[in-house]
Design a protein around this ligand. Structure first.
Ligand code: HEM
Length: 450
């Protein structure tokens, strides 16, 4: 349907705008079953009013396809105000249109296979460093530890600094993250106000690192060196101001989501010993001392299935916002210009027609040798899709896979009984009490690292 008059005569999706001004925002933020309840009542496309905007929630592979393939035509990026302000105008996640596309080309250089390959030794070294710490601790809560682990790796690979979790960056980072999805009121005592102050400190720290790098002219093999020197097709380089925003975005995006993915892998595998045994068996068959290289990681196909199933069942990013640029039609409903659209990752992954018994953790779903049909397009979208698909996707997969392979090769871990494993969703999903574990090195004859 292309005729504008016809589109305008179409109905809006069913749904309720809730209370004046605040709409259904409170329910949206507080009720973990907000979407489920409305999907049951209205179907997979419904309207609501959240964060001050009339919003259409569109669930499922077809909706994802429509949204992802019409980026910049019918839809554009639309993060809440607090997120946009704290990420900064120079952030890839905030940029739109041609500027966004040009910047993506530059930033993508930090995630090419050659760059990824050069990151492996740093990931491995940090992983063993943390394993040794956890072994000494024995019993501990994993969430804050994995946060530090992923932050250290992100900062080392992006800007070349060691143990960032123990520096000013680590200190200021938490208050900054807390403000990302807040009311956006800048006062000294508000969450946003504190986050704004932290942003200033973080940018100062990042600027120091950038200036030192430029002054020393010593370009190492990290993303910062690549980005300082990278040029677009017209030979333009990133300004220092933009570089700071881009680096801050990459540190955030490259660490918060990975923390959730790694932690949920540890949780699900601990709850399914047969899966752990199968991962271990694959590692043994491939050789427990097989060096970690991009090529060798590709051979870990069962581990790949487990990681996919982890990202299906507990996706670190639950969905994404867009704004309608031009009134358009989906599933017989009008999507009016200026409205917000919310696509859903988690609910797409629970589609019973695609994933039978969707709540079950079953890595066999992704066994490509058994699949009769090609998976439906846009039915597995942990990294989003289209022009805004996660730029760090391959890096993320690399880090999770290295962590998982080395963990299963060398260690065993058990969940401490009687802890609350309910998932909290902010800033990304993690068990309420942070996942308390007992962590032990495997008996000597089963080890490869010592
Ligand atoms: C398991 C880990 C990760 C998951 C699940 C994930 C998920 C996502 C998703 C769903 C989006 C799309 C948001 C949208 O549609 O607006 C996205 C965008 C993005 N991700 Fe990731 N991400 C992960 C790791 C990373 C890493 C490691 C980095 C960088 C080091 C990164 C950097 C970004 C950036 C910069 C964007 C914005 C892209 C754009 O707007 O063009 N992410 N990510």
């Amino acid at each position: 349907m292309t005729n504008k008059n016809t589109i305008n005569s179409l109905p809006l999706p069913p749904g309720d705008f809730g209370l004046p001004l605040i709409g259904e925002s409170i329910d949206f933020l507080r009720d973990p079953n907000f979407t489920k309840k409305r999907q049951e009542k209205y179907g997979s496309v419904f309207k609501t009013h959240i964060f001050g905007q009339p919003t259409i929630v569109a669930i499922g592979a077809d909706a994802n396809k429509y949204i992802f393939t019409n980026e910049n035509k019918y839809f554009t990026n639309n993060w809440p105000k607090s997120t946009r302000k704290l990420l900064g105008e120079g952030s890839l996640a905030v940029q739109i249109g041609t500027e966004h596309q040009k910047r993506r080309k530059i930033l993508a250089q930090a995630f090419q296979p050659r760059a990824l390959s050069s990151y492996i030794s740093t990931i491995e070294a940090n992983t063993y460093k943390y394993f040794e710490r956890w072994e000494k601790l024995g019993n501990f809560t994993w969430y804050p530890e994995i946060k530090n682990y992923t932050l250290d790796i992100a900062c080392k690979l992006l800007v070349g600094i060691d143990s960032a979790s123990q520096t000013q960056i680590g200190n200021s980072y938490k208050a900054w993250v807390d403000g990302l999805f807040s009311l956006g009121i800048k006062l000294p005592w508000t969450t946003f106000g504190k986050a704004w102050e932290s942003r200033k400190i973080l940018l100062q720290e990042i600027e120091k690192i950038i200036q030192e790098r430029i002054k020393s002219n010593n370009y190492q093999s990290d993303a910062l060196s690549l980005l300082i020197q990278a040029e677009d097709e017209e030979g333009n380089r990133l300004s220092i101001e933009e570089l700071k925003d881009q680096i801050l975005t990459l540190i955030f995006a490259g660490h918060e989501t990975l923390t959730s993915a790694i932690l949920c892998f540890c949780l699900l595998v601990a709850q399914h010993p047969q899966v752990r045994a199968a991962i271990r068996q694959e590692q043994e068959e491939l050789g427990l001392d097989m060096p970690i290289t991009l090529e060798n990681l590709k051979q870990m196909t069962y581990l790949e299935q487990v990681l996919k199933e982890t990202l299906r069942l507990i996706p670190p990013v639950g969905g994404g916002f867009r704004q309608v640029l031009e009134t358009c039609e989906f599933n017989g409903y009008k999507m009016p210009q200026g409205w917000s659209i919310l696509y859903q990752v988690g609910y797409t992954h629970k589609d019973i027609d695609i994933y039978p018994q969707p709540e079950r953790f079953d890595p066999e779903r992704f066994n490509l040798t058994k699949l009769e049909d090609k998976p439906k397009a846009f039915s597995f979208v942990p990294f989003g899709g289209g022009l805004r698909e996660c730029i760090g996707k391959e890096f993320a997969k690399l880090e999770i896979k290295i962590f998982a392979a080395l963990l299963v090769r060398n260690y065993q871990w058990e969940l401490i009984p009687q802890q609350n494993l309910d998932l909290v969703t902010f800033p990304s999903p993690h068990p309420k009490e942070g996942l308390k574990v007992n962590f032990q090195k495997l008996p000597k004859n089963e080890l490869i690292h010592n």
